[in-house]
Each structure stands twice: as structure tokens, then as C-alpha cells.
Design a protein around this ligand. Structure first.
Ligand SMILES: *Cc1c(COP(=O)(O)O)cnc(C)c1O
Length: 496
């Protein structure tokens, strides 16, 4: 049976999965949601013998029903290959009484790879299916992780080009090096003299520029977005939760009738929403514990039922969670209104107008499986140090927020359920914060020196993605002003 997608903001036209992937956002500004969440048609026992790729097929086929088996398997094969440094793709590691689901074994050692390594293939397949012959131009503003993962995902994919804008002085030295050394004929990286918001709002303007869209159409080009509200990013993320449950089942850690709690370090609410969809699809998941850093909008929301972005934005050691508007939360709001687009739209209007909205007590009741928690920097650093000293296992600063929240939850609730912590980045991506947390003197040492230190401390080899940075030539050195973005894009696309 075909599964259709509709917007969270109006009951307008329903679209097939491939159209939703091509469009990204619905025309009314809403997010695409499946009309109903499909139910897994394999047992945990059956899943437990599958590879990651087979699991991906069995899960994704339920959501992307207009893709043929051949198309979907083709996308999966191209995505989850030896770009990942382990055949397991998303291995579980036991430490501190929990299972860390390592989502950072892909090309850029952050969890964004899980979805961005397959999105380009889903998108080009979707274009073919919808008779779109234009070349797809991905335009992205990044504060670090997304940009590199998108570059790595789209590099060399026929029928696509990608342009990434980043704040010239607003990303870490390793993150910048990762981007400016990106290979591929179809990729361009541009530094902006400004902050992330400048880059982001500049990109939004370009997406909304009708004249530019017309010029591009005449040249056989069209913009598309790789950001995390695209269902082409959400659906691949459901896979690893099913995979993790099946692996725990196989290892005898989970028995019939038991459920796994999941703790997710959260920013845009994409990763934890995928866990929720996995639960709705029938995976044995219990509590969904949403971990925030100092920017604890979501924690406050789960406590009070009010989402309020009117607060100071705090820069932390877990930058990918420094977010005050968690876009994917809209899909959860839609669900707890009982799939009521008008009510969802109303709250999103309040959010963009007054910066806040409140849900009804009835809606709040439907959030009973969710828990919010937060951990400030010192608390997360303590978790890094404690787990390193106890188990010799090193967490990155994002995962450490989740580990700290988990400890607090376990102590306060006496809930002894098996727990999976989503581990969203390799510690090698943030060697300075990590070595500082462990208690090393970092001043006067370069990030790459700290990488070697981390390797010695953790007895793990330096990942290929970081090793390559030592000698990789810089291929992108273009820098522009905020108001030169449009000209820059036209020049890159040969439209100037
Ligand atoms: C993007 C990211 C997150 C946040 O994930 P969301 O899906 O936006 O909630 C957490 N940790 C790391 C390392 C990330 O890159």
C-alpha cells in the first residue's frame, strides 16, 4: 500500500515520498509527515540476523513506498559502504552500564553521516522518478558538522552540485580544515565574514529569490535543501534504532516484553524524533530521554508545556546542540494534536510571532514517553572524565551531555531498563574540549597534537577522516561578505 505524506500545517495535497524528498519543505511552510506511521513487518528475531544494510532496506521500504526495491537497495549500497570504518556501520559499545550507539563511523565522524551519506542518492533517484532533469544544487549554511557531512555525501554524485557557506571565524580549526580540503568537481566551500546567522539568513534569502530561481531554471538548475527537516534525512535515522534493538536482542540483553530506553543529545530534534518513529513503528523502545545543554528550551518544554525561545543564546562546548528553534519538534506537536494541521499551524505562528507557545494539558499527556534533561558544560566534562577513568572509553562533548543526563535520570528514577545512548560524534572531532575534560593541559598545543594525545589515552587509532587532514591540500579559499552571497553563487554556477 502506498504511504503518502502531508504537511503539518494544512490538509492540502498529499505527496508521495519521492516528492516530499525533492521538495524538502511543504509549500505552506510545514513539514512533511507520513499519513500514518507504518508498522515493522519483521520480528526482532528476524532483524537480529540482518546486516545494517538489510535492516535499512526493511525499515526504509515501509516509509518510502514509491521507491522500487532495486532503487532503494541501490541507494543503500552506495551510502553504507567502506566510507564507514566498520562493517557494523553503527556499533554498540558498553560503558557506564549503558550501550553507546556509535553513530560516528562515517566519512566525517559525526552522526550527520548516517543520513547525509544516503540523502544524495535518495534525492537523485527521486528526481529521476519525477522526471526532473534539472541538475540539483544543494545550498547549505553550516555551523560545522552539517556542512562537511553534506559535502562528503554529495561529492561526486552525478546530477548534483553543492555550495556550503560557513562563518569564516565561527567554526573550529578542525571543522574548517575538514571543509576546505573537500575534494570533488561538484563541491564549493565559501567562508562568510559574519556569523552563522548571517550565513543562514543569506541562504534562506537565496532560496526565496524568484528571479534567481528563474535564471537557474533557464540554465537547467534548481536549488534543493539538505537540512534536517527533509524526510530523506529523517527516515534513514529510524534504521539505527531498530538495528540497535535487534543487536541487543541477539546478545540476549533484551527479552520478550522488555523495552529499551533511549537517550539522545538533541539540537534540532531530528535524531530523537527518529527514535520516536521507530517506537511507533513497533521497535521495543520505552522512554525517550531528550538531553540538552545550557540551551535547554526542550527541557523546559517537557517540564512545563511551554516552548519559549525568548532567552539568551549560549555558546557551549557542544555546538551542534546550540539551537533555540528545534525545527523537527513541529512533527511531534502535530502528532500530539491528533494530526491537527490547523492547531499545529497556530502554534508555529505563535512561535514565529511571539517566540513562544503553550500546549494543552491533553497534548502534554501524550508526551508521557518523553523525558527532558539537561547538563551544563562542567557536568558534561565530569561525565567524560568519569567514564574515561572508569572504563577507558572517551566521549565527545555532545554524547557527554546525554551521558550526564542519563546518570541523573537513573539516579532519580530508579528505572533499570536497558539504555541506549546515541553517540553523535567521535571525540576526535573535539580533541581540545575532550582532553581538557580529562584533565590535560591543552594550552600551547595544536588540535592535531591533541589528537595524538587522545589516541594514546584512549588506545584507539586516529580516524582516517582526521589523519587525512594532516597532509590534505586546501582546495577552497574563497571568502565573501554577507551581501556578496548571491553574486558568489551565480559566479560559481556560471550564471554571472
Ligand atoms: C546535529 C548533531 C546533534 C543534534 O541532533 P538533532 O538531530 O539536530 O537533534 C547532536 N550531536 C551532534 C554531534 C550533531 O552533529
Amino acid at each position: 500500500m502506498e504511504l503518502l505524506y502531508r504537511s503539518t500545517r494544512s490538509d492540502g495535497r498529499k505527496v508521495r515520498a519521492s516528492e516530499a524528498i525533492l521538495k524538502g519543505l511543504a509549500e505552506d511552510g510545514g513539514l512533511y509527515v507520513p499519513e500514518s506511521v507504518p508498522v515493522l513487518d519483521k520480528s526482532l528475531q528476524e532483524f537480529s540476523d540482518m546486516s545494517y544494510q538489510e535492516t535499512a532496506y526493511e525499515v526504509m521500504k515501509l516509509f518510502l513506498t514509491d521507491f522500487t526495491e532495486e532503487e532503494l537497495r541501490g541507494c543503500i549500497e552506495k551510502a553504507y559502504d567502506d566510507k564507514f570504518d566498520t562493517d557494523e556501520i553503527a556499533p554498540l559499545h558498553v560503558a557506564d552500564g549503558a550501550y553507546f550507539l556509535e553513530l560516528y563511523h562515517g566519512a566525517t565522524i559525526a552522526f550527520k553521516d548516517m543520513a547525509l551519506s544516503i540523502l544524495p542518492h535518495l534525492m537523485t533517484t527521486a528526481a529521476r522518478k519525477n522526471q526532473v532533469t534539472d541538475e540539483i544544487v544543494i545550498l547549505t549554511a553550516t555551523s560545522g558538522d552539517t556542512g562537511k557531512a553534506a559535502l562528503a555525501g554529495f561529492a561526486g554524485v552525478p546530477g548534483t552540485r553543492i555550495i556550503v557557506f560557513y562563518p569564516k571565524d565561527g567554526v573550529s580549526p578542525i571543522q574548517e580544515r575538514q571543509m576546505v580540503t573537500q575534494k570533488g568537481e561538484n563541491v564549493r566551500v565559501v567562508g562568510i565574514r559574519g556569523n552563522f546567522d548571517d550565513a543562514q539568513s543569506g541562504v534562506k534569502e537565496l532560496f526565496g529569490d524568484r528571479a534567481l530561481a528563474d535564471t537557474m531554471a533557464r540554465a537547467g538548475l534548481r536549488f534543493s535543501s539538505a537540512n534536517s527537516i527533509n524526510i530523506g534525512r529523517l527516515v534513514p535515522q529510524i534504521v539505527y534504532y531498530v538495528y540497535a534493538c535487534a543487536k541487543l536482542w541477539k546478545a540476549g540483553k533484551l527479552s520478550e516484553g522488555q523495552a529499551v530506553n533511549v537517550v539522545v543529545p538533541t539540537g534540532n530534534f531530528g535524531n530523537i524524533l527518529a527514535a520516536y518513529y521507530a517506537k511507533l513503528a513497533g521497535a521495543p523502545i520505552g522512554k525517550l530521554i531528550c538531553a540538552s545543554n545550557e540551551n535547554k528550551v526542550l527541557y523546559d518544554f517537557f517540564q512545563t508545556g511551554t516552548y519559549d525561545r525568548n532567552r539568551e543564546f549560549i555558546l557551549t562546548a557542544s555546538p551542534s546542540m546550540d539551537i533555540l528553534i528545534s525545527s523537527n519538534l513541529e512533527r511531534l506537536i502535530y502528532r500530539i494534536t491528533g494530526d491537527n494541521a490547523a492547531e499545529t499551524a497556530e502554534r508555529m505562528k505563535e512561535l514565529s510571532g511571539q517566540g513562544r507557545y503553550t500546549i494543552t494539558p491533553g497534548m502534554k499527556e501524550k508526551l508521557e514517553d518523553f523525558r527532558g534533561g539537561y547538563a551544563a558544560q562542567e557536568r558534561a566534562a565530569l561525565a567524560i572524565r568519569r567514564i574515561y577513568e572508569r572504563d577507558g572509553y572517551v566521549l565527545d562533548p555532545h554524547t557527554a551531555v546525554a551521558a550526564a543526563v542519563y546518570e541523573d535520570y537513573r539516579d532519580a528514577s530508579a528505572d533499570t531498563a536497558v539504555t541506549v545512548i546515541a553517540s553523535t560524534a567521535s571525540p576526535y572531532k573535539f580533541p581540545r574540549s575532550v582532553m581538557e575534560a580529562i584533565g590535560e593541559e591543552c594550552d600551547g598545543r595544536t588540535d592535531l597534537e591533541l589528537v595524538d594525545m587522545l589516541s594514546a589515552y584512549s588506545h584507539t587509532p586516529v580516524p582516517r577522516a582526521v589523519e587525512e587532514l594532516r597532509s590534505a591540500p586546501v582546495l577552497h579559499n574563497r571568502v565573501c561578505e554577507r551581501n556578496e552571497m548571491k553574486e558568489t553563487v551565480k559566479e560559481i554556477l556560471g550564471l554571472a
